[in-house]
Design a protein around this ligand. Structure first.
Ligand SMILES: N[C@@H](CCC(=O)N[C@@H](CS)C(=O)NCC(=O)O)C(=O)O
Length: 216
């Protein structure tokens, strides 16, 4: 299993998922700062030239929601998905689609200050999105109650970005939910890898620039 990855990107969601699953995988680095996502070899994996993407034998899958759903279904023993005939499967799919369809577009709308139309735009608005997540967490501790699933990885990691970008106030039910998610060992492991790789890559750049052969 190969995860096409670059630190500090949405590929982190798939990294977190893989670390929760504890299955063997390797990282294939795609330097999106240097335009490597546009190389023909990567475009064959994801014609959108975006991370994350996954290669599993002959299977290639991109779009973070799809990548996580693929992994959850491929490894049911990890309990991060919901089996096909389980009554919770419908809600699980709803939350698997929610980040890409509602949360991220509503965040982008708020970030750009664009004038939305909450009735005709598919994501409503950020207020509605927050309300929907808060309602799902009424029972808690996770979106489907208990257990924690791949949907929590998508939603909690994206809410964390919304807090950092000051798009959503880090308070109340949503804040507690994100804190609970980030306290998981799988998150800790993924976060340590992401930090380590970010540092290593920045270090390489630094060494490269300082190298005597680069001084001419
Ligand atoms: N809808 C995609 C968005 C992925 C995305 O935008 N990834 C960014 C990094 S955070 C990327 O790869 N950008 C490179 C580019 O657009 O050229 C998903 O959820 O997987």
């Amino acid at each position: 299993m190969k995860l096409f990855y670059w630190p500090k990107t949405r590929a982190f969601r798939a990294l977190w998922m893989l670390e929760e699953m504890r299955v063997p995988y390797e990282l294939a680095f795609v330097n999106i700062r240097a335009g490597a996502q546009n190389d023909a070899s990567f475009c064959r994996v994801n014609p959108m030239s975006k991370l994350p993407a996954l290669e599993d034998g002959s299977v290639r899958v991109a779009e973070s929601g799809a990548v996580l759903l693929y992994l959850a279904d491929r490894h049911p023993e990890t309990g991060l998905g919901v089996p096909l005939h389980d009554p919770s499967r419908g809600r699980f799919l709803q939350w698997m689609f929610f980040t890409g369809s509602c949360l991220e577009p509503a965040m982008a709308e708020r970030m750009t200050g664009a004038q939305g139309n909450s009735v005709s735009f598919g994501w409503g608005d950020l207020g509605r999105v927050e309300h929907a997540i808060e309602s799902a967490l009424e029972e808690g501790p996770w979106l489907l109650g208990d257990p924690f699933t791949a949907a929590d990885i998508l939603v909690a990691s994206t809410l964390q970005i919304a807090f950092k970008a000051k798009l959503i106030e880090p308070q109340g039910v949503l804040f507690d939910y994100v804190e609970r998610s980030l306290a998981r060992e799988g998150y800790e492991r993924a976060s340590a890898i992401d930090r380590r790789e970010a540092e290593r890559l920045a270090l390489n750049t630094h060494v490269g620039l300082a190298h005597p052969s680069n001084e001419i």
